[in-house]
Write a protein that binds this ligand. Structure first.
Ligand code: ZN
Ligand code: ZN
Length: 755
């Protein structure tokens, strides 16, 4: 019997359906731990496919490091005593694996085709062979189940669950299969869950690439040590315990730095005033606008002189130029480009990634984690076109392309050999909804766009004389649609043609005016741009970037989209900077993270060993920690004042104090006046009460979403206005007056009542 192990249940089901004529489904366990196995006949032999739940092993510290205390941190860095053990949360999955593995004569690893997939395959082999540890060998056997300390990084998952079939005294799990069978394993690699790909993969078996797995494993080790040590250090230094802990991570902090640096640039920006002169002209048709050819006037007098010289009744066209320009089709999608485009269409990268993964598991698109932007020659472009010709929105274009003799796809700059770029592999049998529909539409249209010719855009420019001054206007007209036939909704270009004009034409001036403006600070990053920036700097991987950004939202370091740091986020980076001034390496810089990523590539090429890389990173961490340790008081002050600023919503109308977000005993949040900064609290009103601060004014607050002060007061009542945004920058933020009895809410209430 062949045992086929996949990374997720849906991949196991899909593979069984593709390779088997009839599939018998068996269920193991119950409730949330329920696992299914898929039994079928493969080449005349029994076969069973079973899906894991991603990683089934994890790296852990010994229990002695469970307590959060500054005094253990040095030990954690010097002697982390990490162990690679079975993940307690996977107990149900592994019990099912043991059941179905019985009697297997061959093992097929069919996990996802990337670094993490290789490691998960390695984990499965360790467990099947009985080489996996049940717990850290440094731990004394536990008398009672202790509650897991769910805090930093990989420690977050519960570890109290029992490991299947543990033999007392032996630190290893019981073998599921004879070693000889496990060692003869087969690895299959496929980029899409389509019959062609899966059959081709099974026809060309290979073995698990242990170097690649080691690279992923080293990242796990390093991330655990860095995350645990720095998170604990920062949290303990700033007295932030429990759910308020300050998360710090090897990739997360440099990403936050990008956002904070941009914000500090914006704050330091001094706007410079300037003026523009504009005129509205009309001939027969619609009026249109022209601007002074000089563009920007820095001096008021120069602007006023030009304005006077331009005064006239009639303007005259001096030149009119129209030049066709090719607008090349976009290149094939890789992960970053897809998520960036999805972000442009109003979806967060993390949600886009989830939708893309489910489309992949449904056999509709190829594997969505890829850096590649060049279709390999072996790719069946025509097959995908035939599939798409069954999908109504683009059916006509797809059918036309499929019938074409020759296909010339566009190509990007990145060429890798593991996966093709993301492309559609099937047409949905029923209508998709929500994020899935959006991502599929994007992938399908992008794919067609890469096979269509360039668009031709006619760039127009008209020069017009007003009095003694020259003005101009630009326009654009789509002369030939090209790829815009299917991709116009996602392309930036818009058709904005000028009216037909010729030199000598006269136009009536209906308005001539100056506009006073200011230079603008650099814009904040959108989530899509931030992802691209991370890729440029080598921060994270295609698999992790979206989650890292999401985590910054979840930890309250950033809010909104475009991404704006909170004062807590700014304070965290500022605290690092102050401590790291003399450091040889800045741990929140992207240079250091990129170095580690390169080392992982070298591990996968067999040039470095995991322990060498982990050891080097321990040394870097030790230097950083020593510097940080000398700045505990400074870090504490900065974090405290950052948090205070984030929670201050504005001034109190009654007493001139400050309204701040507080939490009640039940965890409900509300706004209360806390009086003026530095004001002595009033003595308690009655015995047993606490001293009172402020005037006693309170307001209820929305319990969900992030609350941000707008800095403005309500025009109706004078209390501060606040902005509420959904978690992760999702949904449209809404601005409301903090006063629930404010007259501004009457209209809203009336509407709600009526509707
Ligand atoms: Zn007050
Ligand atoms: Zn109001």
């Amino acid at each position: 019997m062949k045992l086929i192990v996949t990374e997720k249940d849906s991949a196991a089901r899909k593979i069984a359906e593709i390779l088997g004529d009839t599939v018998i489904v068996e269920e193991h366990g119950r409730g949330r731990q329920k696992v299914k196995s898929y039994h079928f006949i493969l080449d005349g032999e029994d076969a069973v496919a079973i899906g894991l739940r991603g990683h089934v092993m994890e790296t852990v510290f010994p229990n002695t490091y469970r307590r959060w205390s500054l005094k253990y941190l040095g030990d954690m860095i010097e002697r982390p005593d990490l162990a690679w053990v079975v993940d307690g949360a996977a107990a149900g999955t592994l019990a099912a694996l043991r059941t179905v593995a019985k009697g297997a004569t061959a093992v097929v690893i069919a996990t996802d085709y990337d670094r993490e997939g290789e490691l998960i395959g390695h984990e499965a082999l360790e467990i099947l062979r009985g080489d996996a540890l049940k717990h850290n060998p440094g731990d004394k056997p536990e008398k009672k189940k202790r509650k897991a300390v769910a805090k930093d990084g990989a420690e977050a998952r519960a570890k109290a669950a029992p490991v299947p079939d543990a033999t007392p005294g032996d630190p290893h799990v019981k073998p599921m299969l004879p070693p000889a069978i496990v060692d003869r394993h087969i690895r299959v690699r496929y980029s899409a869950l389509t019959p062609e790909e899966v059959r081709a993969a099974f026809a060309k078996p290979s073995t698990v690439d242990f170097n690649l797995a080691e690279a992923a494993h080293s990242r796990q080790d390093i991330d655990l040590i860095w995350g645990a040590v720095l998170t604990r250090f920062m949290s303990l230094a700033s007295y932030r315990y429990g759910s308020d802990y300050l998360s710090v991570g090897r990739v997360q902090s440099p990403t936050l730095r990008l956002v904070v640096d941009r914000e500090l640039e914006r704050r330091a920006f001094v706007p410079v005033p300037y003026w523009e002169i504009k005129a509205t002209l009309v001939r027969d048709g619609d009026p249109f606008e022209v601007a002074h050819a000089r563009g920007r006037f820095d001096a008021l007098e120069a602007m006023e002189t030009a304005l006077e010289r331009a005064r006239c009744e009639t303007a005259e066209v001096t030149t009119y130029k129209a030049e066709p320009r090719k607008d090349k089709p976009p290149v094939p999608f890789n992960t970053t480009a897809l998520m960036s485009a999805a972000s442009g269409a109003g979806m967060t990268p993390a949600r886009a990634m989830r939708a893309a993964e489910s489309l992949y598991l449904d056999g509709l698109i190829s594997y969505p984690r890829t850096d590649n932007t060049v279709y390999p020659p072996s790719l069946d472009l025509r097959g995908s076109l035939q599939e798409l010709s069954r999908w109504q929105p683009v059916a006509a274009t797809a059918a036309r392309l499929a019938a074409q003799d020759k296909l010339t796809p566009s190509r990007g700059k990145k060429r890798t050999t593991d996966h093709p770029p993301i492309y559609p592999v099937g047409a949905p049998a029923r209508e998709l909804s929500g994020d899935q529909a959006k991502v599929y539409d994007l992938v399908a249209r992008r794919f067609l766009a890469t096979l269509l010719p360039a668009a031709v855009i006619e760039r127009q420019r008209v020069d017009i004389r007003l009095g003694e001054e020259l003005f101009l206007a630009y326009g654009a007209r789509v002369a030939s649609l090209g790829y815009l036939e299917v991709y116009e909704k996602y392309a930036a270009r818009r058709d904005r043609p000028l009216p037909p004009l010729q030199p000598g034409d006269e136009l009536k001036v209906i308005d001539l005016r100056s506009e006073s403006k200011e230079t603008q600070p650099p814009g904040r990053y959108g989530q899509g741009r931030l992802l691209e920036k991370m890729e440029e700097l080598g921060l994270g991987t295609k698999a992790t970037r979206a989650d890292i950004i999401q985590h910054l939202y979840d930890r309250n370091y950033v809010r909104d989209n475009p991404v704006e740091p909170t004062e807590l986020g700014v304070a965290l980076i500022a605290a690092f900077d102050a401590a790291m001034e003399q450091a040889p390496v800045d741990i929140s810089s992207s240079a250091m993270t990129a170095t580690l990523e390169r080392q992982m590539d070298r591990i996968s090429e067999g040039e470095l060993r995991r322990d060498e890389v982990v050891e080097e990173s321990q040394q870097m961490l030790e230097q950083a920690w020593k510097l940080l340790d000398g700045h505990v008081a400074d870090i504490r002050d900065r974090i405290k004042s950052g948090v205070r600023e984030d929670l201050t919503l504005g001034g109190c109308k009654n007493c001139g104090g400050q309204l701040r977000v507080l939490r009640g005993r039940t965890g409900k949040r509300f706004a209360a006046c806390v009086g003026k900064e530095g004001e002595e609290p009033a003595p308690p009103a009655a015995e047993g009460e606490r001293p009172r601060r402020g005037c006693g004014q309170t307001f209820p607050l929305p319990q969900r979403g992030t609350i941000v002060p707008t800095g403005k007061v309500c025009a109706e009542c004078g209390w501060p206005e606040i902005k509420v945004t959904g978690g992760g920058g999702r949904g449209r933020p809404w601005v409301l007056c903090i006063d629930i009895d404010c007259p501004s809410k009457e209209k809203y209430r009336a509407r709600k009542k009526a509707g």
